[in-house]
Write a protein that binds this ligand. Structure first.
Ligand code: ADP
Ligand code: MG
Length: 347
């Protein structure tokens, strides 16, 4: 129902960049290899995404805007525990409840496509249409029906900055895909597919950054996770042994000479998902302690992989927080891997 959709929207849709995140992830889920984004007025007026993914048939297109779990929320108590609910299948209904959305899609195997329009959660129009395979979604007038939320939006330039940072993150994580980001006045990113993360870094940040990067590659057996197993008589209900598998860190960090004054050049992905985590940031601070001043930051592009059971990426649906089961093990692994890379790179 509409109220539940708007409540969910409060969690999923904070600002234009969170809409972009959901739309991008859907396009990638649909196997798209080309993704083009257009933004007007920092995303407040228009967010448009065009992908060449597998598209949707008419039934799926309509279903995409139905909330999967309609009766999850019953009382205001439930609202408090909303962060623990699964948010799968809630992004599009949430977005459509606080904006005017139009969808154009055609499944690769269908001859005819579908066009539909939803505003404030109300379906206004469904039609057949001749369309290329893939999906185009336009989100107009974000928060037009929720003025309180609209007030929290920052300047167009700030919102656009968040969108650009986000698209950059995804482009870095998927070098084999073509990404474009345009605003009404300028092209912010045009990144054709390349062979690997290194080439993508060059493409986006240029030669100087590229040439000051040190490769990182480390791997550890997760069963060596720091915490010793408690003796049997101390194991409570919630004790779980570490999962078998490996923890792996690959990517690049910058040499000490290349420093930035903010953390905007730190990109970390955990199991393919962009994260921003205090524990991991702290691991970098430690790795660079006494090497660069505490007021500056390295450039970092790292991919951390670990058994999925070891990390909860759903702490908050819209934010990029994670929770590691073996936090200090992960922290020390990252710190040591970065230090080792620094040491190996010394002439
Ligand atoms: P979720 O991604 O968690 O399934 P969403 O609300 O983000 O939920 O999307 C609902 C559904 O709509 C998806 O499961 C998918 O089937 C379909 N969908 C959304 N965007 C696209 C797209 N760009 N291409 C193909 N299918 C899509
Ligand atoms: Mg989704």
């Amino acid at each position: 129902d509409q109220v539940a959709n708007q409540i969910a929207a409060g969690e999923v849709v904070e600002r234009p960049a969170s809409v972009v995140k959901e739309l991008l992830e859907n396009s990638l889920d649909a196997g798209a290899t080309r993704i083009r984004l257009e933004i007007e007025a920092g995303g407040r007026k228009l967010i448009r995404i065009v992908d060449n993914g597998h598209g949707m048939g008419r039934d799926d297109a309509l279903l995409a805007f139905e909330r999967h779990a309609t009766s999850k929320l019953r009382s205001s108590d439930d609202l408090l525990s909303i962060a623990t609910l699964g948010f799968r299948g809630e992004a599009l209904p949430s977005i459509a409840s606080v904006a005017r959305v139009s969808l154009e899609t055609r499944a690769v195997e269908d001859e005819v496509g579908t066009m539909l329009e939803i505003a404030g959660g109300n379906l206004l129009r469904v039609e057949d249409a001749g369309l290329p395979a893939g999906t185009t979604i336009a989100v107009r007038d974000l928060f037009f029906n929720t003025p309180a939320r609209r007030k929290f939006l920052r300047s167009e330039q700030t919102e656009l900055g968040h969108v650009a940072a986000l698209v950059t993150h995804y482009a870095l994580a998927h070098p084999d895909k073509h990404f474009e980001l345009h605003s009404s006045t300028q092209s912010l990113l045009v990144a054709p597919a390349v062979a690997n993360a290194g080439e993508r870094l060059y493409q986006i940040f240029g030669r100087e950054t590229f040439e000051s990067l040190i490769p990182v590659a480390a791997e550890l057996d997760f069963s060596r996770a720091g915490l010793p197993e408690p003796p049997p008589w101390k194991r409570g209900e919630d004790y779980e042994a570490p999962e078998p598998g490996f923890i792996r860190l690959t990517g690049f960090v910058s040499k000490p000479e290349l420093q930035k004054l903010n953390r905007n050049s730190i990109y970390v992905f955990v199991n393919g998902r962009l994260i921003r985590d205090r524990l991991i940031l702290h691991a970098f601070t430690e790795a660079y302690r006494n090497i660069i001043p505490p007021t500056s930051y390295p450039v970092v592009l790292l991919f951390l992989e670990m058994p999925p059971q070891e990390v909860d990426v759903n702490v908050h649906p819209a934010k990029t927080e994670v929770r590691f089961r073996q936090g200090s093990f992960v922290h020390d692994f990252v710190r040591d891997a970065v230090r080792t890379a620094q040491m190996n790179a010394r002439p």
